[in-house]
Design a protein around this ligand. Structure first.
Ligand code: NDP
Length: 291
């Protein structure tokens, strides 16, 4: 659908249109194997499909949606790459270990890990239960820790295969603009993403001499089921745009394309960074008219 100018707010793009560019994915990952956690939906789904289009074989991890995960696998197979779906709760060590074992059994190796699975359980601070706090930390922070550990062990064992990549392995963490922007009413989520930032950076420092590259992508507001309330009505969408200098929501495919680049040798000297893909959300939009 083409973008339409909003009548009540000149220069603003009307809900639900989003003029995100449609660009081809370059085949930068031929022959490599990628594991994407939480790939049955939203951003993980788009990353898995983009990696498949880039030539990678893909393991599609999911928690409770086998049908949706299988549909992602079929879409990847249609573009000529191989794909399997694997159920695992990323916060459970035994399930994570089994997922990595299944990856190696199917594809013989792993080159790229994308820590994408994440949840929100929101509450005002005084109402936030210990269970809500713990579950978000378990999935969003302990999950990446467990997956990174399994991936690093594998990358160490495999070493560098120059026919595939000049790195021994690549790890991407899907954090959030809330790794730096505080978020009232979402203390557990913001704490998990802030923690993920220093997990990523500390791991990047430790892994650099082994040529294991570790980076993050921090999405801004992306149109997925996790934040439906922020874009599904015209009123909510207009409110959301106040936080986005580009005046449009992002699409999952835009994170997919960033992930392909960050996982490829095109970005080999990029190490330990967070790539913000947020339409300018981290630019203090409250100051865009001079403050
Ligand atoms: P969705 O809710 O669309 O997808 C979440 C995915 O995570 C699903 O595939 C779900 O699997 C999976 N999942 C949930 N819990 C677990 C678990 N314990 N183990 C394994 N998989 C699990 O969310 P998004 O695509 O929007 O979010 C993806 C990531 O991007 C998250 O880390 C989120 O924090 C981050 N992000 C999203 C933004 C946005 O605007 N959408 C902005 C900034 C960051 P299943 O469906 O099978 O249950």
């Amino acid at each position: 659908m083409p973008p339409v100018n909003s009548s009540n707010s000149p220069g603003t793009l009307a809900w639900p249109a989003s003029p995100a560019p449609s660009c081809p994915v370059l085949r930068l990952l031929a022959g490599q194997t990628a594991l994407v956690t939480g790939a049955s939906s939203g951003i993980g789904r788009a990353i898995a499909i983009a990696l498949g289009h880039a030539g990678a074989n893909v393991v599609i991890n999911y928690l409770g949606s086998p049908k949706k995960a299988e549909e992602v696998a079929k879409e990847i197979q249609r573009c000529g790459s191989r794909a399997i779906s694997v159920a695992a709760d990323v916060s459970k060590p035994d399930q994570v270990q089994s997922m990595f074992q299944q990856t190696v059994a199917e594809f013989g190796r792993l080159d790229i890990l994308v820590n994408n699975a994440g949840i929100q359980l929101d509450a005002a601070f005084e109402d936030l239960t210990l269970d809500q706090w713990q579950r978000v930390i378990d999935v969003n922070l302990t999950g990446p820790f467990l997956c990174c550990q399994e991936a690093v062990r594998l990358f160490n064992k495999q070493g560098i295969n120059p026919a595939l990549s000049c790195a021994a392995g690549k790890i991407l963490c899907i954090s959030s603009v809330h790794e730096v922007i505080p978020w009232a009413g979402h203390v557990n989520y913001a704490a998990s993403k802030g923690g993920l930032m220093l997990l990523m950076k500390s791991l990047a420092q430790e892994m650099a001499p082994r040529r294991i590259r570790v980076n993050s992508i921090a999405p801004g507001a992306i149109r997925t089921p996790i934040n439906t309330a922020a874009w599904e009505t015209r009123e909510a969408y207009d409110d959301l745009l106040k936080l986005i200098p580009q005046k449009r929501i992002g699409e999952p495919e835009e994170i997919g394309r960033a992930a392909v680049w960050l996982a490829s040798d095109q970005s080999d000297y990029v190490h330990g960074i967070t790539l913000f893909v947020d339409g300018g959300m981290t630019l203090y939009p409250g100051f865009e008219t001079g403050g």
